[in-house]
Design a protein around this ligand. Structure first.
Ligand SMILES: [Zn+2]
Ligand SMILES: [Zn+2]
Length: 176
């Protein structure tokens, strides 16, 4: 594993260097080490992030977990915590960033995180959420109001009509 290459990849994807991207970089490297992961071309690796801050970008770039593939999910708690799952082995881990020593500058923070030992940066805990099912494909329906197509799980039944979320909402607005 060429760590410097992975760091460059994360920075290129994110657009700038910051302590946040270093958190995600270290979380991804630690997950690779603990779960014996490789870049996920399909949905083999799943990440549930508890925040939508800079670090998530490193996980996308390094592990191939992405919203579009359905293997990057959010369970928002605002914590610097990430759960990783390997579908093949069934193994999982939840990494929670420890408190940093107080009084560090942004630059010191960056180096503390980027060059630190992952085991010193994160608490390793058991995942609290079961491995999510594979991303499903849903049938398509045409909204009977606007004529636009959407997936079955987004269709609302209202007055016997199949409506998209936008049209169902506008219908509600007049009744309250
Ligand atoms: Zn950033
Ligand atoms: Zn509609």
């Amino acid at each position: 594993m060429d760590k410097e290459k992975l760091w460059e990849k994360a920075i290129a994807f994110h657009g700038h260097v910051c302590p946040g991207i270093a958190i995600g970089y270290q979380a991804a490297l630690y997950a690779i080490q603990l779960l014996d992961l490789t870049f996920s071309e399909d949905e083999g690796v799943v990440c549930i992030s508890e925040n939508d801050a800079c670090g998530v970008d490193a996980i996308q770039a390094i592990l191939g977990c992405s919203v579009g593939k359905g293997n990057l999910l959010f369970h928002m708690t605002g914590k610097q915590a990430f759960s990783f799952y390997c579908r093949k082995s069934g193994k999982s881990v939840r990494l929670v960033l420890r408190q940093r020593p107080a009084g560090m500058s942004r630059e010191e923070s960056l180096h503390y995180i980027k060059d630190g030992e992952p085991s010193a940066l994160f608490d390793v805990k058991e995942t609290k959420i079961a491995l999510p099912e594979h991303a499903r494909l849903f049938d398509s329906y045409v909204c009977e109001c606007c004529g636009e197509v959407t997936g079955a799980n987004w269709i609302r039944l209202q007055g016997g009509k199949k409506l998209c979320v936008d049209c169902a909402d506008s219908y509600n607005r007049f009744s309250v």
